[in-house]
Design a protein around this ligand. Structure first.
Ligand SMILES: Cc1cc2nc3c(=O)[nH]c(=O)nc-3n(C[C@H](O)[C@H](O)[C@H](O)COP(=O)(O)OP(=O)(O)OC[C@H]3O[C@@H](n4cnc5c(N)ncnc54)[C@H](O)[C@@H]3O)c2cc1C
Length: 504
């Protein structure tokens, strides 16, 4: 029997789960979390396909926030690979290696000052990069309006066209000059050619073994934490703890609407997607990580202009193919060519314009425990799409055929080495910083006027959040619920000013 007024949390991704765990034991209200899928974790879940585990996107557990780093390690402690053999509920420390495939060559990410890099790029292109960078440094584009301006001001036109443009346009499906520069500020923060070069030079002399990597730009971090069985393992553990502390986690239940009285949310309506049964949960407060485009139509007295902004918010969807192969054709050209061992990259950006493939994950290198048979290579082939476009409309078999064909074309595998495959489609994987995004302030203002509704998380705030910022928004929302003197509008400032709470 549920008490009359619960605190209802909508969405069981990192934001919702963090809120629920932070609340349990600290409030007299029952804590009820509603998740539409049959498992928790949201985009950060792990999908198990015949014993091979897929991480949707490849999730590095890394944060500038000590609070978040400690929170994660309280759920799953960090152990060495030897100990991980004996214990399951643990995190590993992994080295990051990611490279860019371009001109059928590998380039280090971040670009390293090496003879090999210069040789692969060619003398003329390198000269052009230097000249274009000097031009950008002397005559920066002002005002810096678009993502194209952002990249060119920091890297020069030639480097931008070589290493940023095609991949970014694959991700977003629109030209970089139509994307607000805010996305660059959010995603690559302070990264610039000077910082990349400084990092390359410093790395020659110092090797940090501290997982906090406080002095390193987030895009350049070299180590990260990773749950033994993928990110979903941590979030499933969190769900277990919420229930152990008396909270309720309802899977396959979809939030369908809300009741409001005197400007406050009074109950949340849900539907059991397995049985079709409908229920209502009276609530004293509601925390929402639902996409804003879904949440706003559920509320009362929404001004027309707020509806209009919400309808115009754009999302990018994501298709990932889990592909099991006997072996890769390419060998590690840097170190292990002679030994013939598998390449060590966690992921490879595909900057080649003749394929639709955006990125390849090599799950074996995230954690060997993601892969059932250690002799096989378990890959994630990532395609960026928009619900309803020609890519999204392809059947699963067609997507798999395309993925195998493109990998063969790029020289990564032989077709006969592909042994099994599955397709995952993730809707609203990326909240876009174009469409009506520039007017999002109107939505924020309206939501701030509802005193007991707390929008948190990635789509919940339409913010390009990693797990840590989604979690920090929930931690602050819980503080506001427990201490009503706090200003809940402050939640929007998380991840707005870069390293919220964390600047040292
Ligand atoms: C390709 C890719 C790579 C990434 N890599 C990293 C990384 O390396 N490190 C990192 O920290 N982060 C990474 N992220 C970001 C990370 O996935 C998100 O920040 C995180 O999952 C956001 O958590 P959330 O709870 O805010 O949202 P979500 O994970 O989207 O969870 C929202 C939940 O709400 C549920 N929901 C939606 N509507 C309803 C409804 N009506 N009723 C009930 N439930 C509903 C959804 O099913 C979902 O479970 C990556 C993301 C992508 C797409």
């Amino acid at each position: 029997m549920l008490p009359t007024a619960a605190i209802v949390i909508m969405g069981g991704g990192p934001a919702g789960l963090t809120a629920a765990l932070e609340l349990t034991g600290k409030t007299a209200h029952n804590v009820v979390l509603i998740e539409q899928e049959t498992q928790v974790g949201g985009i950060s879940r792990t999908v198990n396909y015949k014993g091979n585990r897929m991480d949707i996107g490849g999730h590095r557990f890394f944060s500038r926030s000590d609070t978040v780093m400690e929170w994660w390690q309280n759920i799953l402690p960090v152990v060495s690979l030897d100990l991980a053999e004996k214990r399951d509920d643990v995190m590993l420390v992994r080295n990051r290696l990611s490279r860019i495939s371009y001109l059928r060559q590998f380039f280090d990410y971040p670009i390293a000052l090496k003879w090999e890099t210069l040789k692969n790029l060619g003398f003329v292109r390198v000269l052009s990069m230097g000249a274009a960078y000097s031009h950008a440094a002397l005559f920066p584009r002002k005002p810096e309006k678009s993502l194209e301006d952002f990249f060119i001001n920091r890297f020069g036109k030639t480097l931008y066209e070589t290493f940023f443009r095609d991949y970014t346009e694959k991700v977003w499906g629109v030209p970089c000059n139509q994307i607000a520069s805010a996305w660059g500020a959010q995603r690559v923060k302070n990264l610039s050619i000077i910082r990349v070069l400084r990092h390359a030079i410093m790395s020659l002399f110092t090797k940090s073994t501290d997982i906090k990597q406080k002095s390193t730009d987030t895009s350049l971090i070299e180590q990260f934490l990773y749950p033994k069985f993928g990110p979903g393992q941590l979030w499933e553990n969190v769900a277990g703890k919420i229930m152990a502390h008396g909270g309720t986690v309802l899977l396959h239940h979809r939030v369908t609407g809300m009741e409001m009285e005197n400007g406050k949310v009074t109950s949340v309506h849900v539907e059991d997607t397995a049985t079709g049964e409908r229920k209502s949960f009276p609530c004293s407060a509601a925390i929402s990580s639902l996409p804003l485009r879904e949440l706003i139509p559920m509320l009362d007295a929404v001004p027309e202009e707020v509806h209009a902004v919400c309808k115009g918010l754009v999302y990018r969807d994501f298709i990932t193919v889990g592909l099991l192969v006997n072996k890769l054709r390419i060998l590690n050209r840097q170190k292990d060519a002679a030994s013939g061992s598998r390449i060590q990259d966690n992921w490879i950006y595909i900057q080649e314009p003749d394929v639709r493939l955006g990125r390849i994950q090599i799950f074996n290198n995230w954690s060997p425990y993601l892969v059932k048979d250690a002799d096989k290579v378990w890959l994630g082939l990532e395609y960026f799409a928009t619900e309803g476009d020609s890519l999204w409309a392809l059947g699963d078999g067609e997507v798999i055929d395309m993925a195998v064909r493109e990998l063969v074309l790029l020289g990564f595998i032989r077709a006969e080495d592909a042994v099994d495959a599955t397709v995952l489609r993730v809707k609203k994987a990326y909240p876009a910083y174009f469409g009506t995004y520039p007017q999002i302030g109107k939505v924020q203002e309206y939501l701030d006027s509802i005193p007991n509704l707390y929008p948190v998380g990635r789509n919940g705030m339409h913010r390009y959040n990693n797990m840590d910022h989604s979690m920090l928004s929930s931690i602050l929302a819980v503080s506001c619920i427990l201490d009503p003197s706090l200003n809940k509008a402050e939640i929007w400032n998380i991840n707005e000013s870069g390293e919220y709470h964390e600047s040292k």
